[in-house]
Write a protein that binds this ligand. Sequence first.
Ligand SMILES: Cc1cc2nc3c(=O)[nH]c(=O)nc-3n(C[C@H](O)[C@H](O)[C@H](O)COP(=O)(O)OP(=O)(O)OC[C@H]3O[C@@H](n4cnc5c(N)ncnc54)[C@H](O)[C@@H]3O)c2cc1C
Length: 446
Amino acid sequence: MSTPLTPIPNISKPVYKRIVIVGGGFAGLKLAQKLSHTGYQVVLLDKNNYHMFQPLLYQVATAALPPDAVSFPLRRAFHKTPNVIFRMAVVQQIKKEENLLLTNLGTLSYDYLILSQGASTNYFGNANVHKFSAPMKSTSEALYIRNKIISNYERAVNIADPEERKPIMNVVIVGGGATGVELAGSIAELRNKVLPKDYPQLSFQNMRVILIEAGPCLLAGLKEKSRDKALEYLQKLGVEVMLHTMVTDYDGFTVQLKDKPSIKTVTLLWAAGIKANTLEGITEDQKAPNGRLLVNEFNQLKGSENIFVVGDQCVLIDEKYPKGHPQVAQVAIQQASNLANNLKYELKGKPWKPFKYRDLGSMATVGKSMAVVDLPFVSFRGFFAWFVWLFVHLMAILGVRNKLEILLTWAWKYLSFDPSLRLLIRPRYVKEFKRKWMTEEPDYEI
Ligand SMILES: Cc1cc2nc3c(=O)[nH]c(=O)nc-3n(C[C@H](O)[C@H](O)[C@H](O)COP(=O)(O)OP(=O)(O)OC[C@H]3O[C@@H](n4cnc5c(N)ncnc54)[C@H](O)[C@@H]3O)c2cc1C
């Protein structure tokens, strides 16, 4: 990726100070929204021109929701906020001494820099798993999984030998967190209720849905009763759950496991871990051993005056959270809110307030009428939990159009149990000279 060393064109000099925000995810978007209509010039940069609602990506991957329902155009959020400028740019490097960012569009100077680049998939150094498995951190990756699953059955239906068909029909998911559990439940529902109608010539008893977790339980952050119930729900749907199981290798066809027999599948979905994103110019002493950037209670990057980090990318160690806060949306949103308030206090000459996390609880859904919810003072499971899960996610999604689209799609699915999105819309070959703008940038890696 080339880095032009001229300033990004058409961004005027700020009247007062310029705040540059890198990443329009949960934290970056909240910051830019809260800093609109202030004396600052705010420049928001993201490698995509849309915000992704990651908690519902698994529904895109399993053909339950269209990709545009869980993605929101960033430019639309700033139609009436002249002090906020958006650019689709991949940020590559910080030159701290010069207060300068280097991006694929050119350079950009800042008075305050806020990093909210989130995290990317962690393969724990396993190059083969990286090469052959499918991650699910973005809308385009979720769409890839949808295409992969549907194309498997379009392929399988033309294979005469049932033994040869099995690896094409099996789906293995790695990672027993909310993403793995939700994906496994949703794929099992497709297998049980939907795919047999589309492919009556295939026997779906031959399709295995396997969820692998290295640790002793699923949904490690939830209460024991909720964890047990989620396991029970998955087993009811016919998911084979393998706890205490380590994936050691994968060649695109066989999943090798430590001390256990291997599994044949062409579809390995990797939801086993994340690692914080970073940039050139961040020094090793500014990172925790797991790569998250070290910040203080004001989200100020270690050893820096005017650089802040919020959300999944940072770690704030305090008495209550000695390993840092969980990498979830609420932490990102609350940190962004607190930092935006502090930057507004700065304009008024008021003192800054330290960040304090308010845990609102956790939840996960496994399938229709099956969910678990742990709130700070009460836990519940089953149909009511599922209803609460639906309501909370519907309220959290951005945009009235997206809310309506999701509500109607869910209502249709509930009544008919036949999501109508099993389309195989494959990307057309993009000629090399056109790729720059037509293919998504890979994660920026140092
Ligand atoms: C599949 C999935 C399901 C999840 N489910 C839940 C859930 O149910 N509940 C929950 O609380 N949390 C959930 N999470 C976690 C939650 O999504 C994250 O904690 C949250 O998104 C963190 O917000 P953030 O702003 O730090 O990062 P993100 O929301 O990830 O945003 C980062 C942004 O930075 C941009 N970016 C990255 N690098 C660059 C670069 N070099 N240049 C320009 N832009 C860049 C990205 O495009 C992205 O828009 C889920 C995550 C995933 C992946």
